[in-house]
Design a protein around this ligand. Structure first.
Ligand SMILES: [Zn+2]
Length: 461
């Protein structure tokens, strides 16, 4: 390999000054661009179309000459984002290690391919996430992510990260993964008992499930004094929610619990994490990921601290590789060292929020148009409206609820409600509840432009 890698002893988060980190990133980008211009089907075609040559992109600064890559580009042809290993690639760079899928339920789930080389990078990034979050050699993890139909980074990497860090991990496997194997997966009470037995110091999962678990533990008089850290990811989680969960932990005997929030992405197989509450979300591997913030309309860079559309560039991957990939969220980005931990890497200093048409329901990325299409396809419906809200509107931690308000026509036949539930579930893999209403009720509340999905959840602060 020709690229100048950082020395093995260099600490990418805390060991390099700005100049050296910049040099590492430039050399990684140059090597990535060489591979892309020779063997990345999507970008080769796209750049040829736009007349962009390899020589046009010499520095990190030059990246802005490249178009942004949308989620739609990726979803349309995910295989074209996988590098074809050239003759120089070694076995590690070539061997496919695993394929994870985006949580999106739009059309087909999108595969994200990692080679063995990438998997080692993922482990390094996962270890950095744990260091930023203050994990020590004395910690132990209870992984509370469920099994999913398609392999997903959350469950898998919450096993791999402790393995790479060298601390124990217990997988709780909440829920039943499949009716075919009813013995796989655990009920809530079994997981409360498991937590009481193993007394983990770290709970890691989606906030709504952890909240439910803590509530049930309290009902049963179970104590969890060992818990000192909670890692949450995958759902919006504001400061009120954080305070409520910390109270719940203290009631279970935790002395000084902390909660670290992650802004996770399948395309990172990890996430940007807080080192301390309010510190912002740190890019855990600046040698692997470059984060930019641009104006959502013009795609020109915004100043540090101004809200911008987040773009991810892979600096060192061999499987699926993306340049200036739009993560679909807007947030404020800063490049100054963290005042809390001193890490020199990008941080998001505000909670990212979605800008495109995709909506997250129960942790699934849903295209509202796919949902609407699935219901539109059924006969016997006078009108309908889809809305998503929190089960308890005042509680940001309460689960999402997808409601289909349905007005039947007089041609409706028996079993329509069940068919609506089935159609929506199979289209977006979220099970809705159906409320029967009069057509007038739906049309009365509708503005000049019908929205496919009304989101009644509070927008993140
Ligand atoms: Zn920090």
């Amino acid at each position: 390999m020709t690229e100048s890698a950082p020395h093995a002893t260099d600490d990418i988060l805390f060991g390099l000054d700005a100049e050296r980190l910049h040099a590492v990133r430039e050399s990684r980008l140059a090597a990535t661009l060489d591979r892309i211009f020779s063997s990345h089907a999507h970008y080769r075609a796209r750049f040829a179309e736009l007349g962009i040559r390899r020589a046009d992109i010499r520095t990190l600064e030059d990246l802005r000459k490249l178009p942004i890559t949308s989620k739609a580009d990726y979803m349309a042809a995910p295989d074209s984002f996988v590098l074809v290993a050239g003759p120089q690639a070694d076995d590690e760079e070539r061997a496919q290690w695993d394929t994870m899928y985006t949580t999106g339920s739009t059309a087909a789930p999108t595969p994200f391919v990692s080679t063995s080389y990438d998997f080692l990078n993922i482990l390094a990034a996962n270890v950095n996430m744990m260091r930023l979050r203050g994990v020590t050699a004395l910690d132990s993890v209870l992984n509370l992510f469920p099994l999913t139909l398609y392999p997903h980074g959350a469950f898998a990497r919450a096993l791999h990260a402790p393995a790479a860090f060298g601390i124990p991990v217990t997988a709780a496997l909440p829920g039943k993964a499949s009716a075919r194997r009813p013995e796989v997966g655990r009920r809530l009470d079994e997981i409360v008992a498991l937590a009481a037995r193993v007394q983990p110091s770290i709970l890691w999962g989606v906030p709504s499930y952890i909240r439910t678990l803590l509530g049930r533990a309290e009902e049963q008089g179970v104590r969890l004094p060992s818990v000192r850290l909670v890692f949450v990811t995958g759902e919006g989680f504001g400061e009120a929610a954080r305070a409520a969960m910390l109270d719940a932990l203290r009631r279970l005997g935790a002395a000084e619990p902390r909660i670290s929030i992650s802004y996770g992405a399948t395309e990172m197989q990890g996430g940007m994490v807080e080192c301390t509450a309010g510190s912002g979300y740190h890019n855990p591997a600046p040698d692997q990921f470059l984060i930019e913030a641009v104006d959502p309309q013009t795609h020109l860079p915004v100043a540090d601290g101004a809200p911008g559309l987040l773009l991810l560039t892979h600096l060192d991957r061999r499987g699926t590789v993306m340049l200036r990939y739009s993560m679909g969220d807007v947030a404020e980005l800063t490049r100054s060292p963290c005042p809390h931990c001193g890490a020199l890497t990008e941080r998001l200093t505000s909670i990212p929020f979605r800008v495109d048409g995709l909506v997250k329901i129960k942790g699934m990325l849903v295209n509202p148009l796919v949902l609407v299409d699935s219901v539109n396809a059924l006969a016997g419906i006078a009108d309908f409206q889809a809305l998503v809200r929190k089960q308890t509107p005042s509680d940001p931690l309460s689960p999402d609820q997808l409601i289909i308000r349905l007005a039947m026509s007089n041609t409706a036949t028996e079993g329509l409600v069940q068919r609506v539930i089935e159609a929506v579930r199979s289209a977006i893999r979220v099970t809705p509840e159906v409320e029967l209403v009069d057509a007038v009720e739906i049309s009365a509340g509708r503005g000049w432009k019908a929205k496919p999905l009304i989101d009644e959840r509070a927008t993140p602060a």
